[in-house]
Design a protein around this ligand. Sequence first.
Ligand code: HEC
Ligand code: HEC
Length: 506
Amino acid sequence: MKMSALSYLTPSTRACIRGTTSLVSALAVLASSAVAAPDLPQDPLRDADFLHDGAPSEALVELGRLLFFDPILSGNRNISCGTCHDPARGSGDGLALGIGEGGVGIGPDRRTRDGVIERVPRNAQPLWNIGAREYVTMFHDGRLEPDPEGTFASGFWSPAREHLPKGLDNLLAAQAMFPVTSATEMAGQKGENLVGTAVAEDRLEDAWALLADRLAENAEYSARFVEAFADVDGPGDIAFVHAANALAAFQTVAFRSDDSPYDEALEQGTIDHLPKAAQDGFRLFYGVAACARCHSGPLLTDHGFHAIGVPQIGPGKGHGADTGYWRASGFKDRLEDEGRYRVTFEESDLFAFRTPSLRNVALTGPWGHDGAFDTLEGIVRHHLNPRASLARYTQKDGLLPDLDHVTEQTGAGSQLIFRPLNAARRDAFDLRDGWVQGSPELTARIADEVEIAPVALTDAEVAQILAFLDQLTDPTARDRSALIPDAVPSGLPPQPAPTHPPPTGG
Ligand code: HEC
Ligand code: HEC
């Protein structure tokens, strides 16, 4: 256990806890002996805790803003970063599993159209405070991280290995290199456009160069890159790395969110101003419910990886063909998402996912790496007894958007064709979405790795924890659609549309 998880306690209680074997039982003793409210866990967030000390140059941020909402970065020019990270929808898309390039509509109305081949296999991560320096990995499985040994020139470990270029300002900039090289998210399929073809043929450098060319050919973008970067004197100097650095600067500023009642508590050093139920929830969170074992620090995450048995829905981000699996299931690749294990191949990382930050968590549903829970209460209750929750989980209708038009790609070269799925293949898609949860053997594998011991809380206590989680909502985060520019340099309609109505409900 990390020391920081205990730092809110007084030295004497800390010593008492370290002497015992189980944090949960120690804190149970603590709570039952009616100690005073624990001190607050940490210092408030400061500018220095963010990239560029929270203040990148205006030219860089404005360029990043235009790029973030401009479909020019997608192969078929039909989707932007903002489509999946909508500033009016908690910086996500409001879907359990989104629909990438080729889809139409925004948020819960998003549907497939011609050319969509599959669902995005994981829930779009919220971007709140993603520019905080404390982030040491990116993605649900942390597959992008700094490489201090300098194995790769880029300075980062990533799925692109030696292909990731030099010159990336920080981890968040390195992340921005990837959505554009995902066929499903942004690039499109082989034969549809040059970027999609380069990606399909594993020519990542070419894909990035093609996108940089698009930007260089645009007079407004060229001028803005020259203004924002000392090492860009003309269109010929623009590389995709520059775009990535600008996207990171924008996200750092746009999604900073540290104006919640909880921040006020950190600032004041007291929780007295929080509603009574939230104060009780706070004590449970940092006490008997042991949430802070993993959700610690100012962002309420330890940035570690833990297996908590969230049910697997959708196609899964599987890996590797396996003949035995194929015979049993008819699916070539594993459908269950093995999380951190996909990156490290260490048994202890099976089904472990990065602890999400809980900032603005009330705004970021559906919850879990695959959006399996459509209520905050649902995912909180799941934690209380993950194995039992996994066993009784049934996927609610409507959680996954319908795949009205799914296309498959067959043939190659000049024979390449896209065709609509026939009814039998269409059924196979539905079967695949529910395959893991329908298999007792596969869910047992997920259950076996769960590392949380059951915690018994009353309904009233669950309500108190939810009341505390509500205090993590920064009111300014509810609708940041003002970030969306009215127009973008490509002349394409920005995504989401600048005037789109804010979502109704919570
Ligand atoms: C089709 C939807 C989609 C689009 C488009 C998209 N993203 Fe994402 N984003 C996701 C999903 C899904 C994940 C989680 C992926 C995973 O863990 O494998 C993610 C993860 C991220 C993360 C990591 C957050 C974290 O906590 O580690 C960042 C940052 C991010 N996206 C920024 C961007 C930027 C910048 C763009 C545009 C260049 C973009 N995204 C385009 C869906 C999308
Ligand atoms: C052992 C570490 C651990 C403990 C203890 C823990 N969590 Fe989590 N929590 C996680 C991980 C890991 C996830 C993401 C799982 C996934 O996506 O599959 C998560 C997800 C969540 C989410 C959903 C966030 C999102 O954006 O999808 C909420 C809410 C949450 N936890 C609240 C709590 C509360 C409340 C407690 C205490 C009752 C708690 N957690 C205890 C590790 C933990």
